[in-house]
Write a protein that binds this ligand. Sequence first.
Ligand SMILES: [Mg+2]
Length: 194
Amino acid sequence: MTTQPAPSNVIRPTLFLDIDDTLCLNSPLTGHDALLALRATATDAEAPGQSEFWSSLFHRLSVDVLECVMREHRPRVVITSSWLLHFDDQMLKAVFHRTGLSSVAESFHDHWDAQQDRGMTRLEAITRWLENHHRGEPIAIIDDIESGTGLRGSHMDRAGCVILCEPNVGLHAQHVSAINTAFGAAHRFRAASR
Ligand SMILES: [Mg+2]
């Protein structure tokens, strides 16, 4: 009789996730609106229009694509976003739950954020995280061509780990094959290689 490995023994990949221009297209709702809405629901859980607000905050097609990725690969999620300036982990989890991405809210990595210090590129922030926390698992980075500074042409990009979205488009179905490839590319990626 064979025994399936316990889920805790399975190496889960790590997904670095940006928010603006990957999920939130800022047209018209933005992170600032989300911050105000969270404060409103903290005082009035039945505030009218809340459901419509949260279903409009993120681009629905992008939510559907990310949900498929979460279901397929069960990655642990590290947030790499300017939203880190204003949202803590509990606030971000509330946002993901309310926007239909409970799978993300429930998959935060123990080290769930890759903070970008002033003057630091997104590449440098992710590299620092990897140096401290990477355990050889496959990684994928979902960002966009504007906020994903330093990522294009980097060693991570050359290893097939970087998915750069377009502003006003966000994450879409044609990115899925690249994400699948990234999560299958552990043998080609080494955190120490530059
Ligand atoms: Mg962005």
